[in-house]
Design a protein around this ligand. Structure first.
Ligand SMILES: [Zn+2]
Ligand SMILES: [Zn+2]
Length: 354
């Protein structure tokens, strides 16, 4: 088994994973064609593993993908996954679509358990009590408003984690010429998200000087920052996470809109009608948070994926030549076993316990 990049001779970092995997933190593999590469972190070249060392490593990778990896992004040909310290580039597609739901389901669920954990509740109440004492002696922070009789812990935790404003800047109201300098989190429920047909996002903030209940008199936060504002506001509002049923319903809302690509996101937001974050209700605002995060990450990864796909095509051509023309036939016959696609999709892998 090689330990260094054959192109630049940089040693591969050990990945600390017990089993048959080659060293290196970035592995690329194609279970259907039986290919396995170590991607050099120094020169980014793909090092094809010797044919006799692939079979068991591929099984191990497939099992990791199935049991404990997170889907980062995917195209028709390539899926990027993270599994602990490993970054995996999996060529070919086999039933990974649902992993996005898994990931957010788990994240929102984890937020919920961490919110209701005794430690964070005690920390919140301690902090709140100090704030309360501070107010008595005139040292309190005026921007923190705690509703002591509702869910004080949520208010305190939110304030500690997010601060008080989701956006700072200067926007004028077209109708009364007043100026918006900051978007406070505690009023952010009343914002209206909007997505154009081209996928461009904006956030409309009702003007408190005009009639705040008329969604036409608004300040409009536009451009790339609107997307960040909306993501921050949603994370703030959903600090308590969501129970499993709500997450599942939210996933269904996204599926009904067609997914998380820009067109589907536009469809999702328009299907809500002109509703504030508060007005759309918990399930649909959770769906919005998931869909926006997905589409932002998707966009960020698209460029890297395109580069990887280009690399893969080149390396695959090379691998075919090495395997089919430069490897003696008897070695090839001994090791040319492939993982059938149906097995990969969701079924058992050889060696799984019943
Ligand atoms: Zn290298
Ligand atoms: Zn106004």
């Amino acid at each position: 088994m090689f330990t260094r990049c054959i192109f630049c001779h940089k040693p591969f970092a050990p990945n600390g994973i017990f089993g048959r995997l080659p060293p290196g933190r970035r592995l690329a593999f194609d279970p259907e064609r039986g290919r396995l590469w170590v991607v050099c972190e120094g020169c980014h070249r793909w090092n094809l593993c010797p044919i006799e060392e692939r079979w068991e490593a591929l099984h191990q990778l497939e099992r990791m993908v199935r049991d404990r990896s997170q889907l980062v992004a995917e195209t028709d040909n390539i899926a990027l996954l993270s599994a602990g310290e490993l970054f995996l580039i999996r060529v070919g597609k086999a039933g990974l679509a649902e992993q996005a739901w898994w990931r957010y389901g788990r994240e929102l669920h984890a937020r919920r358990s961490s919110f209701f954990s005794t430690r964070s509740q005690i920390a919140a109440y301690t902090f709140g009590a100090m704030q309360y004492l501070g107010e008595l002696v005139g040292l309190g922070d005026e921007d923190l408003s705690i509703t002591w009789d509702d869910t004080p812990a949520a208010d305190i935790l939110r304030w500690r984690r997010f601060g008080w404003a989701a956006w700072h800047g200067k926007l004028d109201c077209k109708f009364c010429q007043s100026t918006l300098r900051a978007l406070r989190y505690d009023t952010s429920w009343w914002c209206f998200p909007k997505v154009d047909v081209g996928g461009r996002m904006s956030v409309q903030v009702p003007c408190p000087r005009c009639d705040p209940w008329t969604p036409d008199n608004v300040y409009t936060i536009e451009g790339p920052e609107s997307e960040n504002v909306l993501r921050r506001v949603l994370a703030y509002q959903h600090i308590m996470g969501a129970p499993e049923g709500t997450i599942r319903d939210a996933a269904r809302v996204i599926e009904d809109a067609g997914g998380t690509d820009p067109e589907s996101l536009e469809r999702l937001v328009s299907s809500y009608g002109k509703k504030s974050l508060w007005g759309m209700g918990k399930t649909r605002s959770i769906a919005l948070e998931i869909a926006i995060n997905e589409s932002v990450e998707h966009r960020m990864m698209t460029q890297e994926l395109q580069a990887l796909e280009f690399m893969w095509r080149r390396e695959e051509q090379l691998a075919r030549i090495i395997d089919e023309e430069l490897t003696p036939k008897d070695i090839r016959d001994r090791h040319e076993r492939r993982l059938p696609v149906e097995v990969l999709a969701r079924g058992k892998l050889p060696g799984d316990q019943d």
